[in-house]
Design a protein around this ligand. Structure first.
Ligand code: CAA
Length: 283
């Protein structure tokens, strides 16, 4: 089996980034979302990234236009009828994802692989919403997708070796590095990253240091490209809280208890960069 036609469901920052890297790797890509304005926003993000590549003389105008030309906007899920691979990147809600996978299972051809970009939800449970759990897999891209090299590939309980290998090969064609991971809450990336971010929030909460100082320690002391609080704002504090709750519930261990300050900020609507305010102020 060869993957040529791909649908990305969800045109937010992750979905648009995923669509971009597939189109750059010469796949035909359908970028799907519920409303035209959402799809347009995703297309604008990709165009902006392409224009920057042209301006920096890393890509010719023709090549950039060819990437855009391989992308087809969609608001009709029936467009999944002719694809080989679907990558889902919608909101992190198990019910919504399960319903979407049931729907995609009805529409997509029998040979199609259904992948999810979930950052912490169980692949096995999402797969159980379909009649093809052996063809369901996790493809967890990192933000910002066009820049970050890693894709965590997560097998559900029923995912076959053949599907795993095909997705691993496909990931390499995107010029990304696949890493195999089993299906546990938070996988590897968020199992390690989120408790670190949560601990950084505890150090603010307990008055150990100011946010700027905490970020400086981790940037200059550990060579992290962003401090943990800047990174939390970048990821979104609602997402950070959701992942911590998934770890806490999934393992039942208090070491994953979300910091009360994180809950407070989310309740206040201080969701980080996208909201203009989190641990820092933006605009
Ligand atoms: N989309 C596309 N490209 C972007 C971008 C975006 N949102 N943000 C930055 N870039 C590009 C820039 O255009 C620039 O590219 P060029 O060199 O081609 O111009 C390059 O990235 C470097 O950007 P900057 O010079 O502006 O800034 P920087 O050197 O500080 O790098 C960064 C920015 C890559 C985001 C860097 O700070 C970094 O690596 N931060 C950590 C990111 C990280 O940890 N991501 C994982 C988050 S966790 C996750 O995603 C999993 C989850 O489930 C929550």
């Amino acid at each position: 089996m060869q993957i040529k036609n791909v649908m990305v469901v969800g045109a937010g920052q992750m979905g648009a980034g995923i669509a971009q890297v597939f189109a750059q790797a010469e796949y035909n890509v359908i970028l799907h979302d519920l409303k035209e304005e959402f799809v347009q926003k995703g297309m604008d993000y990709i165009s902006k990234n392409m224009n920057r590549q042209v301006e920096k003389e890393r890509m010719t105008r023709e090549a950039a236009d060819a990437v855009i030309g391989r992308l087809k906007p969609s608001t009709d899920l029936n467009n999944a009828a002719n694809v080989d691979l679907v990558v889902e990147a919608v909101v992190e809600n198990l019910d919504i994802k399960a319903k979407l996978f049931t729907h995609l299972d009805d529409i997509a051809p029998d040979h199609a692989i259904l992948a999810t970009n979930t950052s912490s939800l169980p692949i096995t449970e999402i797969a159980a919403a379909t009649n093809r759990p052996e063809r369901v897999i996790g493809m967890h891209f990192m933000n910002p997708v066009p820049v970050m090299k890693l894709v965590e590939i997560i097998r559900g309980l029923a995912t076959t070796d053949e599907i795993y290998q095909l997705i691993e090969e496909t990931t390499k064609t995107l010029k990304k590095t696949p890493v195999e991971v089993n299906d546990f809450p938070g996988f590897v990336s968020n199992r390690i990253l989120m408790p670190m971010i949560n601990e950084a929030i505890y150090t603010v909460y307990e008055g150990v240091a100011e946010p700027e100082a905490i970020d400086e320690v981790m940037k200059l002391g550990m060579n992290h490209p962003m401090g943990p609080l800047t990174l939390a704002d970048f990821i979104g504090l609602d997402t950070c809280l959701f992942i911590m709750e998934t770890l806490h519930e999934g393992f039942g261990d208090d070491k994953y208890r979300p910091c009360p300050l994180l809950r407070k900020y989310v309740k206040a609507g201080w969701l980080g960069k996208k909201a203009g305010r989190g641990f820092y102020q933006y605009n």
